[in-house]
Design a protein around this ligand. Sequence first.
Ligand code: ATP
Ligand code: MG
Length: 695
Amino acid sequence: MTDTRLYIPKPRTVEGGTRDLSTDLNPEQLRAAIHPGGPLLVIAGAGTGKTRTLVYRVAHLIDTGTPPERILVLTFTRRAAGEMLSRAERLVGSATARVHGGTFHSSGHRLLRQFGPSAGLPKDFSILDQGDAEDLMQLSRGALGFGSKEKRFPKKETLHHIYSRHVNTEIPVDDLLHAEYPQFLDWQQEIGRLFADYTSRKQERNLLDYDDLLLYWLLMLESSESLASQIRALYDHVLVDEYQDTNILQSRILQAMCSGHRNLTVVGDDAQGIYSFRGANFRNILDFPRQFPGVTLVTLERNYRSTQPILDTTNTLISRAEQRFTKNLWTERTGGEMPWLVTARDESQQTRFIVDRILALHEEGTPLKEMAVLFRAGYMSADLEIELVNRKIPFEKWGGLKFLEASHVKDVLAFLRVIENPRDEVSWYRIFMMMPGIGDVTARQIMANMQERGWDPDAFTHYAPPPRARDAHAKLSGMLRALRRRRAGETTAQEKGIAEEIGIIRDLYDGLLKERYDRPDARLADLDQLRTIAAGYPSRSAFLAALALEPPQNTQDLSGGGDSEDDCLVLSTAHSAKGKEWDAVFLIWCVDGWFPSARCIDDEAQLEEERRLMYVAMTRARNHLYCTYPLNVYSSRRSSDYSMDQLSRFLDRGVREKMQRVTMGEDPVAAPAPAVDPMLPAIDLRAMMKKRFGG
Ligand code: ATP
Ligand code: MG
């Protein structure tokens, strides 16, 4: 008999599966995954396993002794980081939970909370999302006397766009105006003054916009050796996915973060750069070897995602691109059908085709979540969404989801934000403007008064309102007092706290909402949902920061859950589909002016980006790819009400030769539609309607 062994239970951890790197990866991928250190660039086409290689590299680093918390993984969305780390978890176990992963912005945010105070930044700053930043621009615009009446002065969205492009591309404002907005050249000086006002306004009010998160991170690294060395010392390895969509600021941040150990891995595909409108520059990836001398370059050409017929189509599509580093892709998945190019008579026939095919594939055994419908812009799926609801096909929509932008949701958040940061002028203004009896002039007066009082949290209560605003003032003061009182006596768990705060806010706000909207129910339900989500966050500031930083991509993201357990179809903009894959992909509205978008047709560079975007969309497909285009567009979305449309210019003859053409016949069940000469409608319904009211 052997000796009794002492058994000490281990703390429960997820064990990684057994694996053999050399069978899971091809030799080139393996080389990247076990690269010992120093700059590494993986530049390769869609579906060649870039993200997979990164996952294995993270696992390998942990396996060979790098403490997980000393690894920083930067991805384009929080969701992408989560997916990568959970894949790594299956390889090496739960240690991956300690890896720092997220977007550039969320990492910048974390570092600024930590190191900001050493750089003169108050710890409790609030974050402005894009809409807030535009509203603050508007306040600056008003303060400088360019109120909304000055028609020829750029609008707040344009101002913000110019500002943000300037920060992210480092192109001087004057040059941007010359190149993109010559009509505003007369206002050059005023725009400069306005940006100065915007900047000091943010600082006085303790607000940071998205761009500041990157800019300040970089400034800490480049302007103070002692801060820089502390920040650099946090990580031994930095890894970046989708490097083609980073901008100059981000590449400088990486250079500064890694200047000591030089352990920087970036992966990307120059043919998939789709964010230049936000200042991304896919040349970053091509310039990388110059910035990091001695770089190890790995290229991958074997695609593991799609069948050869799909690759033949997408290779041809992208071969038309002007500059390109990555080569044509090949695969061993030689079988499979050619992609379909489906001509439909109109939108409703397109919708019917999609729904029928989805149901057919589903019957053949493809789960709904293995199928996606992609489109150039969020509004293009409206008709399909209605039909999916009718046919009871569950779906979730990515990108273009406007939950947080919905005005009633933003209203409630504004209350939370002024409690968090009493200097949050944008939120104050929003609150005042929703109160009966308070208009723009009074709102600005109140804010000026509050500013004079140093944004003392009681400043509003002490303000003497004009008579017609007295009632609103009393109610609002009462609510703010209740919120603050609650805060002072706070003993409950914080998480109960925010949901409770939302409850107090709604005591006042629900009434305002009901007055403002005829059918308030759906909106009230949104607020219930907001409250549930809030309850999942440890603190108000964490909740607000998360919402501002990671605008949720879909309803699952919102409730903090991972991938949905339910089997549901995905509807997504092409942008939000980046990095993903599905068994069957439907690309709808392959119509010139829709994809490419009409806005981009006159500009060579933008048109090239549209082509890359279509390439991204089509390369998401594993086995089935359907591109559809309706011949007739009955719509007021376009300048002409009724038009015969052209197939997208990207699906040129060479591309079409790699596809099978399918034309939708008439629906045998429905009564045949009357043949209509598209150029000559028989009647004009809208004109008839106008006449009815004497128009
Ligand atoms: P994208 O450019 O679209 O981001 P990618 O290059 O990141 O694509 P991945 O998403 O990593 O590609 O991989 C595409 C698919 O191929 C995934 O399903 C992945 O698991 C699979 N794959 C990649 N490499 C291999 C391999 N060596 N063996 C088996 N499957 C692989
Ligand atoms: Mg990828």
